[in-house]
Design a protein around this ligand. Structure first.
Ligand code: NAI
Length: 247
């Protein structure tokens, strides 16, 4: 029997990351995830979805490069290699551009862009001789503009460009690097939209498939991109948005 493959997903305690973790575990992968808060990770009652599937959750802030590199190393030492890294953790602000202060601006850039780069870098340095697969979770807001998301959109556009650049630079080392751009997905991040019925109705009018996406809608394309069948796909951005940006 072929050995199960390993995947590390950042920001896997809820939302899209949790959905991706469940999808990979149900597809037979050995799944590691990270979360920021120790409180979330010590609450066994809320984590049965992970323990039931033997998903291993580790505490680390994605902006802490040493901590993230140590988790990757531990996976390599335990299982022989890390087959796929999924950079999913991210934060948004919903703040007018003119009101974003320096701290908030740095926090968004550090989490959504700098940490994606440093995680990619640590993974590459650990496995430059045996290759790997990276999936970066960007956003449709990295492709199109909207109000109240200026720096967030900038970081997601940067992640799309970073994905293409690393795909080319690391192709000779056997790395594939792709990005997924979710549209509006039903998670805590879109609470602000869901709570305002008129805004939600307006949003649904714009989405050709007439619903928000689910975390499982992102898990399935991520599993496809991580599979051997996708071995000729690199440097690509897969948009998963119910048709929103096709218009
Ligand atoms: P969420 O807010 O529900 O979950 C985000 C996860 O990232 C949480 O587990 C959180 O603890 C973790 N996280 C945040 N900062 C972290 C840090 N510094 N270190 C470690 N973990 C950290 O958000 P959601 O909706 O699940 O988003 C996941 C990704 O998908 C993000 O990159 C987001 O930008 C992207 N996305 C989400 C969309 C949506 O509609 N929900 C649309 C497009 C992209």
């Amino acid at each position: 029997m072929a050995q199960a493959k390993t995947v590390l997903i950042t920001g896997a305690t809820r939302g899209i990351g949790k959905g991706i973790a469940i999808g990979f575990a149900d597809a037979g992968w050995i799944v590691y995830g990270t979360g920021r808060a120790s409180t979330t990770l010590s609450d066994a009652n809320t984590l049965s979805w992970a323990t039931d599937r033997k998903i291993i959750l580790k505490q680390a802030d994605v902006t802490d490069q040493a901590a993230m590199a140590a988790i990757m190393q531990e996976i390599k030492e335990t299982h022989g290699r890390l087959d796929c890294l999924i950079n999913n953790a991210g934060i948004a602000a919903n703040t007018p551009a003119s009101s974003l202060d320096a701290n908030e601006t740095s926090r968004i850039i550090d989490t959504n862009f700098r940490a994606v780069f440093t995680c990619c870098q640590s993974y590459y340095k650990m496995q430059r001789k045996s290759g790997g697969c990276i999936i970066n979770v960007a956003s449709v807001l990295g492709l199109v503009g909207t109000s109240l998301a200026s720096v967030y959109s900038g970081t997601k556009g940067a992640v799309i460009s970073l994905t293409k650049a690393l795909a080319i630079e690391w192709a000779n080392s056997g790395f594939r690097v792709n990005a997924i751009c979710p549209g509006f997905i039903d998670t805590d991040m879109t609470d602000m939209i869901k709570k305002r019925e008129s805004l939600m109705q307006k949003m649904l009018e714009f989405i050709p498939l007439k619903r928000l996406g689910t975390p499982a809608d992102i898990a399935a394309p991520a599993i496809m991109l991580a599979s051997d069948g996708a071995s000729y796909i690199t440097g690509q951005t897969l948009v998963v948005d119910g048709g929103l940006t096709a218009q």
